[in-house]
Design a protein around this ligand. Structure first.
Ligand SMILES: Cc1cc2nc3c(=O)[nH]c(=O)nc-3n(C[C@H](O)[C@H](O)[C@H](O)COP(=O)(O)O)c2cc1C
Length: 334
């Protein structure tokens, strides 16, 4: 594999592919498998109740890989207070050098990370939020297009426009393309649009090492790009999730703009999706997060097979397909 970008140089990884933090998915064994495949994975910090638990999760990953990996800090308001400052300390003391932040700009965490030599990749969904995160001092922007799983924001701008607009707005800060990325064509396209790498969530769910129920992986393979729904639009907290019995019920309730979170709380509860869907394999048993890129996913490979294949395909697109268009090689007969 020989795709070198500022991302591979900055983080010492072999290929410019990232697996962002994922609630219910981003545990040490998967993160280590991604790292061993030559890509950059992130442990999801808020799976751990305490800083001590996070330290153990980091160590569990270290026991499985000697390659670089990072920790995701999703900075969102929560009913149960999340010990972000303690997490930050655990990250620094564990010697982690890469953090992915999301939810809001990590203003209050940047000075300590900078002092400890930790690089911060901030993931957000708009040009304006990218620009302000760069002003606060983040090192890399990961820009999530409207296609993405989870929280695409409220602007509804697809990655084909959002990515180059962000690249221009934050230059020379490196940008990672996120949302809808699934194969080597996505990677080559993202690099062509000015990115230094891609971030994928949905694609890594359908891998052998991902610990979610096999039914969910098969559902991702069966689903098309049309099988997601947007919930919580009226609450201005949009989530892209799998189209199923529960998400259709939520969307039907939310046709009435006066409905509040209390009207859907029993349906959207994260624990319900994690237990019934990810754990027990009932893909209609609760809300589960997935992106439009499932329409491009047709198999459940190992992380190594996936990462190597995406890298090889991207190299082929760049060196064979695009090179031909420059007249440097003979075109294959039609
Ligand atoms: C099941 C699942 C859970 C996720 N949870 C989080 C999270 O807790 N924090 C976060 O920053 N991003 C989360 N994401 C978003 C991913 O890190 C990534 O930005 C997104 O999946 C990219 O879009 P894609 O799915 O089209 O590749 C989640 C994604 C999925 C699929």
């Amino acid at each position: 594999m020989a795709l070198k970008t500022r991302l591979t140089e900055m983080f010492g990884v072999e290929t410019p592919i990232v697996m962002g933090g994922m609630t219910g998915v981003g545990y040490a064994p998967l993160v280590a498998a991604v790292a061993n495949a030559g890509a950059l994975g992130f442990i999801t910090a808020h799976h751990s109740q305490t800083a001590e638990e996070l330290e153990k999760e980091i160590q569990r990953c270290r026991d499985l890989t000697d390659k670089p990996f990072g920790v995701n800090l999703t900075l969102l308001p929560s009913l149960n207070p999340i010990p972000y400052d303690e997490y930050r300390q655990a990250i620094i003391e564990s010697g982690i050098k890469i953090v992915e932040t999301a939810g809001r700009a990590p203003v209050d965490h940047i000075p300590a990370f900078k002092a400890a030599g930790v690089k911060v990749i901030h993931k957000c969904t708009s040009v304006r939020h990218s620009v302000s995160a760069v002003k606060y001092g983040v090192d890399v922007i990961s820009i999530d297009g409207f296609e993405c799983a989870g929280h695409p924001g409220e602007d509804d701008v697809g990655l084909i426009v959002l990515l180059p607009a962000t690249v221009d707005a934050v230059a020379p800060v490196p940008v990672i393309a996120s949302g809808g990325m699934a194969d080597g064509r996505s990677l080559a396209a993202a690099l062509a649009l000015g990115a230094d790498g891609v971030n994928m969530g949905t694609r890594f769910m359908a891998t052998r090492e991902c610990a979610i129920h096999e039914n969910v992986k098969q559902k991702i393979v069966e689903n098309t790009e049309r099988d997601t729904l947007l919930t919580n639009r009226t609450l201005r907290n949009t989530s892209r999730v799998a189209r199923n019995a529960v998400s259709e019920e939520v969307v039907a309730i939310q046709q009435d703009p006066t409905k509040t979170i209390d009207d859907v709380r029993h349906l959207v509860a994260g624990v319900r999706g994690r237990t019934n869907v990810m754990g027990a394999g009932d893909t209609d048993g609760g809300i589960w997060t997935v992106g439009q890129s499932q329409g491009l996913i047709h198999d459940v490979p190992t992380c190594a097979e996936l990462v190597h294949r995406i890298t090889r395909e991207a190299e082929e697109v760049i060196a064979a397909r695009l090179d031909v268009m420059l007249g440097k090689r003979a075109m294959a007969p039609a």
